[in-house]
Design a protein around this ligand. Structure first.
Ligand SMILES: [Zn+2]
Ligand SMILES: [Zn+2]
Length: 130
């Protein structure tokens, strides 16, 4: 899937900034923070642009946020519509989606309203464990 197709699928205008940021997500298999994205952009973008783009991506569901204590919120391309487990490695500090492990069949008690979910496991990832 190319960045332009993806934007098109989500009915978003194709802009250079969006394509560049989406390209970075498409090349990464771990979650990226705002700063990770800024570091990887070849042409420097101001923080406000990155922030705005991420906000649009999040609202339309192209990416989903994963937050963990002690690190900035990371964003991951949403390949799975279903809720799934996430894993944070304490060595490389990467956060990744364990999209094959889906969460289903739970219901919140009455009166609770979900805003977002994380389902985070903390440990050592397979690469660091080698
Ligand atoms: Zn690791
Ligand atoms: Zn995920």
């Amino acid at each position: 899937m190319k960045a332009k197709e993806l934007l098109d699928n989500y009915n978003l205008y194709i802009t250079e900034g969006r394509v560049n940021i989406l390209d970075i997500f498409l090349k990464s298999n771990v979650g990226l923070s705002e700063k990770d994205i800024q570091d990887r952009l070849s042409k420097k973008s101001d923080r406000a642009t990155i922030y705005r783009t991420l906000k649009v991506f999040k609202e339309t569901g192209i990416v989903h946020p994963v937050s963990a204590e002690g690190s900035a919120t990371k964003y991951v391309l949403k390949k799975e519509p279903q809720e799934h487990l996430h894993f944070k490695c304490t060595k490389c500090r990467n956060i990744s989606c364990l999209a094959d492990i889906q969460i289903s069949g739970y219901e919140l008690p009455q009166g609770y309203k979900k805003i977002e979910s994380n389902f985070l496991i903390i440990g050592i990832c397979n690469e660091c464990n080698n």
